[in-house]
Design a protein around this ligand. Sequence first.
Ligand code: FMN
Length: 365
Amino acid sequence: MSELFKSTKLGDYTLNNKVVMAPMTRSRAINNAPSELEATYYSQRAGAGLIITEGVSPSPNGLGYARISGAYSDEQKAGWKKVADAVHAEGGKIFVQMMHTGRVSALQNMVDGAEVVAPTTQTKQGDMWTDTDGMVPHTEPREMTSEDIKQAIEEYVIASKNMIESGIDGIEIHGANGYLIEQFINPNVNTLTNEYGGDTIENRSRFLLDVTKAVVEAIGAGKVGVRVSPYGAFGVEEGGVYPQIDETYTYIAEELSKLGVAYIHVVDHSTMGSPEVPVSIKAKIRAAFNGTYILSGGYTKETAEADLEAGKGDLVAFGRAYIANPDLVERFKQNAELAEGDSSTFYMPGEKGYTDYPTLAEAEA
Ligand SMILES: Cc1cc2nc3c(=O)[nH]c(=O)nc-3n(C[C@H](O)[C@H](O)[C@H](O)COP(=O)(O)O)c2cc1C
């Protein structure tokens, strides 16, 4: 049997196979809470060994995009319970990706009283979609104080506990792709001068590690994973790949290993316009981290099998393929052709381009 279809251990759990649904923001959460619609969408995709949800905010301050969900209110908890129950009814496992957007935000997308906060005084370049005013420039962030940092860590903890109480199996801490945690890690973005900023790798990694440690203490290391993106496109936009990048991510992998988290999930977006992620840094992270390593970015069934066989990782995440192929594992098993997702509906509200992609059996009926 292909490696991809073998059952395997991940932290506290046994997965049915090594196929992971990558986290994807789909912007269907009206009022920032999931509903039956999200429950249907994820249950359709429960054939994955593990589903990692869209980015979900631990705080009102982290809801930078239109129609993304949170994990802090009772309504949100109830919505995520529906999702967890629906996925479990189909035999799947599901982790929520905890994503605080930091300065990747427009105030128009946020609820009353929320604030754009980040470890920087620099406004993110470029524009962002809002339902009220269309495309607008990113909002200038307020640089976080020590008190803000403490509060944010606490928000991650409460939100993670909320999700476990809702029946979600675990939490992926989003340390990638230019959102709050990576804003701390990246020296081209972080302008703090206290123990969370400045020149040292230890200081810039501290927020990620403090959040992870606190979440691990709250819900257990076997229910926690972390996503990172060395050489991500956001680094380039902010002044290039920085000299300490390999050392930074090797240090992070070592420290996460000490915390005993279930997995590290390494992003490679070179098929989406980001720079190549050198094979050497992936190998360094793999060597430095004792838990499960999730490969992601641009994978096909064939390249996934080859990289698993070669020992480059333990699980493989598929993003875009999951949009239009809810039964992706079944299609892989049958060597069936994959359907193409319609990118105009990736972030649009409603069912279209979300829950209306048929399974192979439905398409053939
Ligand atoms: C519509 C869409 C939304 C995404 N949202 C997120 C997200 O919320 N969090 C995240 O870590 N990555 C996000 N990604 C990146 C994917 O998780 C994945 O890394 C990327 O699509 C590359 O994998 P693929 O080549 O299999 O699609 C998103 C990608 C797409 C296409």
